[in-house]
Design a binder for this molecule. Sequence first.
Ligand SMILES: CC(=O)SCCNC(=O)CCNC(=O)[C@H](O)C(C)(C)COP(=O)(O)OP(=O)(O)OC[C@H]1O[C@@H](n2cnc3c(N)ncnc32)[C@H](O)[C@@H]1OP(=O)(O)O
Ligand SMILES: CC(=O)C(=O)O
Length: 527
Amino acid sequence: MPDDSFHVFDTTLRDGAQREGVNLTVADKLAAAKLLDEFGVGFIEGGWPGANPKDTEFFQRASQELALKHAQLTAFGATRRPGVRAADDPQVAALRESGAPVVTLVAKSDGRHVERALRTTRAENLEMIADTVAHLREHGQRVFLDCEHFFDGYNHDPDYAASVVRTATEAGADVVVLCDTNGGMLPADITRIVTEVAERTGARLGIHAQDDSGCAVANTLAAVDAGATHVQCTANGYGERVGNANLFSVVPALELKYGRAVLPEGCLSEMTRVSQAIAEIVNIAPATHQPYVGVSAFAHKAGLHASAIKVDPDLYQHIDPARVGNDMRMLVSDMAGRASIELKARELGVDLGGDRDVLGRVVERVKAMERSGYSFEAADASLELLLCEELGRPVRYFEVESWRTISERRPDGGSVSEATVKLHVKGERVIATGEGNGPVNALDRALRSALEGVYAALASLELVDYKVRILEGATGTHAVTRVLIDSSDGKGEWTTVGVGENVIDASWIALESAVTYGLLRQGYTQP
Ligand SMILES: CC(=O)SCCNC(=O)CCNC(=O)[C@H](O)C(C)(C)COP(=O)(O)OP(=O)(O)OC[C@H]1O[C@@H](n2cnc3c(N)ncnc32)[C@H](O)[C@@H]1OP(=O)(O)O
Ligand SMILES: CC(=O)C(=O)O
């Protein structure tokens, strides 16, 4: 269990919720808090009690419904208003009554903000800080002080900014968090200022970095290098404007690069799962290229990379993906070489026996097909069928004689499509028809109707996504259509690709492969 000497402080439910497009319910916040606790952060800032009914309810319910194993719940709020006692300020009362053992107070530390935004004197701002910190401490709450605009304020007037840090510490704040609120600092600024403030005040310092210059993670680590022992971050970097320092980049950097145990034992390997689960709650598709946890974080496309990875994955990876719960993947495309194919086949469970001829043929075929518009990197199932073909074991559960579709616009404005497929299945000629809301849907129904009598498990197969892209002049002469179909049998998903001169041709190829691969997954033997 990490001790109190270093804090991983999560503010997803407060600053993360300030991201445009995020609107969390109380139930969402409770679910996310459970995940963050499982991940092992030390503090979860749940919101601003008293600022809105949802956050007030969150703190009421959290004390009853959340049995946190690792984290302490933290309430966020501002110092008292100018000219009132902290004891009489209703917003301070909401913090006191939140039931949270820890309060993070936001305070002004840039003299210009004190005078222009708060419209009070610099001396009164120091009074507001001292009074509010001391008041909450007297009521038994631990207090951290977030110094808003600290770095800009320090550059403008270092003495005043430092006096804010001293005032908070003397009043009983455990940590004074230096905030790059506008997110414009660069790592060298952070290193210099944190070092100077630590020397001038002797205070325990933390860092809260917004990402407006794209440096929030680097700035957070620069602050740690300069002595900060408290890092404020958000899951997947969610936050106001462009976001905050990403928890899922800062924590692995500390654990794996700095060798600092900031999480309880065994939690780091849950990181990819937690990141995706929180993305689900927040209703934002996980960022595929996010460091450490993105689906592409350890996906290798270039042939040269694959050839070295075959010898040792560490040659092209900064860490073992398993340490953060992620996986290495090989991508096969026209940038592949033999090594890429060999590793991908291994990943798919196809034994190519290291046969250089087969590998060479697959490379050539993939490159030629990609030239004509195919894309295999997202279509593992089509690639696996191609590998089987090149191994001399083509997967064929049926032979296609022909297919056709007709679409009809009806007088009532509705439309319907019909399809007929003619197949040979286990020596029988089968003709089947299907109706659908479009030609591809009709073809899918006709194909299933032709096959279901022989392959009953087809009933569990479902087409879950269908993507079409028109490729301008991919062949150098005219446009072609690429179709990707995602299918599922309830136990897993697979993707197939088809390319053709028109959308129905391309769809048929992807559909036929989808069904063939589905039958292969079900373990049917070929006739
Ligand atoms: C950098 C950050 O991200 S800090 C987090 C910011 N988060 C939020 O603002 C989200 C929640 N906020 C809210 O729901 C509302 O803004 C509330 C409830 C806090 C305040 O609402 P209102 O009372 O209507 O005030 P309003 O939002 O217009 O202005 C903020 C007030 O707080 C004052 N204030 C700002 N910072 C501080 C501070 N550190 N200490 C005390 N008062 C402060 C401002 O001067 C202003 O005072 P005024 O009402 O006398 O003009
Ligand atoms: C406190 C905070 O969110 C900031 O200064 O950015």
